[in-house]
Write a protein that binds this ligand. Structure first.
Ligand SMILES: [Mg+2]
Length: 267
């Protein structure tokens, strides 16, 4: 049963409870069992997992088959990413599913019209300032759309030097997570698993009921919390070791393979 878009993107996520902005369509009807529908809830990464494997200009572009698969998933879908908060919210809107996200590697979550924060954004910004004072650049160009709307952490380009970033982060009690696409300066107690627990709490679901799919070390904590986990074939070693299963397909092919497997076994 496809989910109807409840239309929460019509107004700020921080405003109030589900009300006039929501339709009482398929989604509301289907959520009568604490968010459970006909399949286990999903928690999926974006970069390296929903994407095309192409190099060059289309690298990191989302495979439309993955968007359809998320829309058609007959259960709750949580988009969990290292990207800044607006990106997964936008993706939910473009896919047509309720805005249910873990953003910024767990620094901020949104579910059921409620936003929750974790981490130490001031410390992350202090690391970025010291890094720049030391003569380095975050590596995103003047507009820096990677960090412009980021609320709880700072991301640094893979083209920027890693070691001085790790040293400066440690001086501020922060840690650096490599998502395979960027270095993220985060609080040590913040990760996608903590974010998943928050979202599950807001949805009234058991985190262990989730099926997780991802590709990098920032997904490994989620794999430890979710009841079942898949690393796509392009995943890094940390993610592969943490996952229950590794797909044969890479990127979105791997996601589709995992979802098909779960559905077949679930029937
Ligand atoms: Mg990823």
């Amino acid at each position: 049963m496809p989910k109807a878009n409840g239309g929460p993107g019509q107004r700020p996520a921080s405003e109030g409870n589900r009300g006039e902005g929501w339709s009482d369509g398929d989604h509301a009807d289907a959520q009568t069992d604490g968010g459970r529908m006909d399949a286990p809830p999903l928690v999926v990464d974006v970069d390296g997992t929903l994407t095309r494997p192409d190099a060059g200009a289309r690298a990191r572009s989302v495979d439309p088959r993955a968007m359809d698969a998320l829309y058609e998933w007959p259960g709750t879908v949580v988009v969990a990413t290292g990207k800044a908060f607006p990106y997964p919210v936008g993706l939910c809107g473009f896919v047509g599913i309720p805005e249910t996200v873990v953003a910024e590697n767990g620094g901020v979550v949104l579910a059921e019209e409620t936003v929750r924060y974790a981490g130490d954004p001031e410390a992350a910004r202090a690391v970025a300032a010291d890094y720049e004072d030391a003569g380095y650049d975050l590596g995103w160009g003047p507009a820096d759309t990677v960090n412009r709307w980021r609320e709880t952490e700072v991301a640094v380009s893979h083209d920027a030097p890693e070691e001085p970033l790790r040293e400066i982060a440690a001086e501020h009690g922060m840690t650096v997570v490599d998502t395979g696409y960027a270095y993220h300066v985060v609080s040590p107690d913040v990760d996608k698993a903590a974010g998943l627990r928050e979202v599950a709490d807001l949805l009234g679901l058991d985190p262990r009921s989730f099926v997780a799919v991802g590709d990098s070390e920032n997904d490994a904590p989620t794999f430890g919390v979710a009841g079942r986990s898949f690393a796509v074939a392009n995943a890094d070693e940390t993610a592969r070791n943490a996952a229950d299963e590794v797909t044969e397909g890479v990127h979105a092919d791997g996601l589709l393979e995992a979802l098909e497997l779960v559905r077949q076994e679930d029937i």
